[in-house]
Every structure is written in structure tokens, then in C-alpha cells.
Design a binder for this molecule. Structure first.
Ligand code: SAH
Ligand code: SF4
Length: 347
């Protein structure tokens, strides 16, 4: 069995790899890898020979290039290199009562949202199940003794443009690492067929939709995929997801000065959010090199929040984490080390 990495293979494939060993050995190693978050070399209840066989046959898929810690020490950003030289980032965030890992689903992103550093840099390739799951494991190892409670697919890439590996990873994180579905959130730019498939999973994973504008004219400019999946169609898919998962969706709104932060924008957002019974998260726009507009001033964010509340919308202003290490929402932009002829550059 070659070409497989440590967290890509299924339990059945793993059993084949350990052919000749008793069945409980498979369980021991599986538990060592996923529950105890150990590297094979540290699974001490199996023989040294078996540890090194596993280590050799199933290499990790992420090589740590850089680890950056924010000044307040609450946020750590990992830059990983994949086997083919592409780079992805993962963010570990400690809060007072919980720890969250923000993971990437693709190397780069093809959706081209102009305000997002990942979108500005273009698309490299899809991640595999193992490359996604390993981000959680490696961040959780670093987090110990603090347990990781939540997983958010809000790193690089559009998860619902890479559905099979992302769904495979959700199952693995749920079944084997043991993080509950209600403690995971997939954030999407609004890929309607992906939302429909997500609904079929029936996993009660949270869905966050990055809205940013509530009229098609404005959203077409900010989020180009809106031309393919306009707001009405998106609302229907969100409604169906709510029904299928029994979970309220959230709408993400990056507050961009003078662009989507006026009372008119609040009125349009409320009209979209209320029928969906959606929760709204406001995130002041984080700075990126390729976008001239700045985030809304705190007083504007506050007024926008009150305006939404007075219209009956459930709203939270999201805390900005790790801006000093470029680890905040939309700032992930792993500059590639290899020259890739396939990369689609955005200008
Ligand atoms: N592709 C998915 C998930 C990754 S982006 C999506 O778009 O939802 C994660 C979140 O960061 C999204 O809500 C996205 O809109 C937001 N975001 C992107 N650029 C940002 C920026 N510069 N400032 C604040 N949020 C940003
Ligand atoms: Fe891709 Fe999300 Fe960034 Fe848009 S906001 S470019 S969908 S990662």
C-alpha cells in the first residue's frame, strides 16, 4: 500500500495493512492515532517494530513550515507544506471557555471574493480527507492539555466546492476524534448544490453562509459566485438545510466601510435573515493586501448591530482574533513555495 498518508486511510484499509495482526491491534492503533492523538512512535502499547512499520508506510501529509503565536498568546497559526509543495494554514484559538480549530478545505480558493486574501491568491488544489483531518490532529496535539471543543471550516478554501473529502473529514472528526456534530461549523460562500448535499448528510453540523450583501446587485460585486447562485435560490437552500438539520443557520457579514454598513443595508439584511430565522455574525473587515476598503469603525458596527436588533434579528459581533499574525478571517494566504502552472491567479 503506497501513496497513502496517515489520516487518509479508512479503518478497513488499515486492517488490511496490519494483516496477520490480531483485530484488537487495529483498534489499539486507531485509538492511539485518533483518540489519544499520538504519533505512531508514541503508541507504546504496540511493539517497536509495528510502530516503525506504521510510521514508514503511512507518513504524515503536513510538514510544519512556520508556527506563529499572537501577542496575547490566544491564537496560533500553523503554516503547512503539502507533499507537492502547496501550502495551507490552520488556526488554533483559545477562548476562556473553549478551544476552536479553524481548518482549510482547499489550497487556495477559486471563488475570487475580492476582500479575501485567499481569494486574491487563486486556487491551487483540493485537499484530501487526510490533509483536512491531520490539521485537526496536529492543532489538537499542540493545544494539549487543553482539549479542542470546536471545529470551523473557515480557513482557506470553499468547503462546499470540495464536498466528498470535506464530508469524509466531518465523519472522521466526529466518529474517531470524537467531536460532536453540533460543535462543527462549515462556512460557505453559498454553493447551492453543495448546501443541498450537505443537507442530505443529516449530521446536525452548523452551516454559516457568508452573505455580506443582501441584494443581488451588491452581492454580485462582492461575492462573484452570487451570479451563479443568486440570493433567492440561496435562501431556499438555506431554508431546506434548516429543516433537514434542525439547526439555525448563521449569516456572516464582513462589515466594509461605506459598502455594506448603512441603515439601508441593515434593513435589507434583516429582510433576508428573519424569514430564515438565521443568526447574524458581524465581522469587521480584516485588512488584506489586495483590497483598498477598510473595515467599518466600531461606532458604525455598534449602530448596525442595534439597528438589526431593533428589527428583531439575532446578532453577534464576532471577536477579531490573531490579526497581528494575519490569522483572522479572510487573512489566510499561504504564499506557495513551488511554481505551479495550474494556479489560477486573481488580479
Ligand atoms: N470559503 C468559505 C470559508 C472560508 S472564508 C466562505 O467564504 O464562507 C471564512 C470567512 O471569512 C467567510 O465568512 C468569509 O466571508 C470571511 N472573510 C473573508 N475575507 C475576510 C476579511 N478580509 N475580513 C473578514 N472576514 C473575511
Ligand atoms: Fe474563497 Fe471564502 Fe475567501 Fe470567498 S471568502 S475567496 S469563498 S475563502
Amino acid at each position: 500500500m503506497s501513496g497513502q498518508t496517515r489520516y487518509d486511510i479508512s479503518r478497513e484499509m488499515f486492517a488490511e495493512l496490519l494483516e496477520g495482526e490480531p483485530r484488537y491491534r487495529v483498534e489499539q492503533v486507531w485509538k492511539g492515532l485518533y483518540t489519544d492523538l499520538r504519533d505512531p512512535a508514541d503508541i507504546t502499547n504496540i511493539s517497536k517494530r509495528l510502530r516503525s512499520t506504521i510510521d514508514e508506510l503511512l507518513p504524515p501529509s503536513l510538514t510544519l513550515v512556520r508556527e506563529s503565536v499572537s501577542a496575547d498568546r490566544g491564537t496560533t497559526k500553523f503554516l503547512w507544506q503539502l507533499h507537492d509543495g502547496h501550502l495551507v494554514e490552520t488556526v488554533l484559538m483559545h477562548y476562556r471557555t473553549r478551544t476552536t480549530v479553524c481548518i482549510s478545505s482547499q489550497a487556495g480558493c477559486a471563488m475570487g471574493c475580492g476582500f479575501c486574501a485567499t481569494g486574491q491568491a487563486g486556487f491551487d488544489r483540493q485537499l484530501t480527507v487526510g490533509e483536512i483531518v491531520e490539521q485537526v490532529i496536529r492543532a489538537a496535539q499542540r493545544s494539549a492539555p487543553r482539549r479542542v471543543d470546536n471545529i470551523v471550516f473557515m480557513g482557506m478554501g470553499e468547503p462546499l466546492a470540495n464536498v466528498d473529502p470535506v464530508f469524509g473529514a466531518l465523519h472522521r472528526i466526529h466518529d474517531d476524534i470524537g467531536i460532536g456534530a453540533r460543535h462543527m461549523t462549515v462556512s460557505t460562500v453559498g454553493i447551492v448544490p453543495g448546501i443541498r448535499r450537505f443537507a442530505e448528510l443529516r449530521m446536525q453540523v452548523g452551516l454559516a453562509v457568508s452573505l455580506h450583501a443582501a441584494t443581488d446587485t451588491k452581492r454580485n460585486k462582492l461575492v462573484p459566485i452570487n451570479k451563479t447562485y443568486p440570493l433567492d435560490e440561496l435562501a431556499r437552500a438555506c431554508h431546506d438545510y434548516t429543516r433537514a438539520s434542525n439547526r439555525r443557520i448563521s449569516l456572516e457579514w464582513a462589515m466594509i466601510s461605506g459598502t455594506n454598513d448603512t441603515p439601508k443595508d441593515a434593513e435589507e439584511l434583516a429582510a433576508y435573515a428573519i424569514p430564515l430565522r438565521a443568526h447574524v455574525n458581524l465581522i469587521p473587515l480584516n485588512p488584506t493586501p489586495g483590497w483598498p476598503t477598510v473595515g467599518s469603525a466600531p461606532s458604525i458596527v455598534d449602530a448596525f448591530r442595534s439597528d438589526l436588533e431593533s428589527r428583531g434579528v439575532n446578532v453577534t459581533v464576532r471577536q477579531n482574533r490573531g490579526t497581528d499574525i494575519d490569522a483572522a478571517c479572510g487573512q489566510l494566504k499561504a504564499d506557495q513555495l513551488i511554481a505551479s502552472p495550474n494556479r489560477r491567479k486573481r488580479s
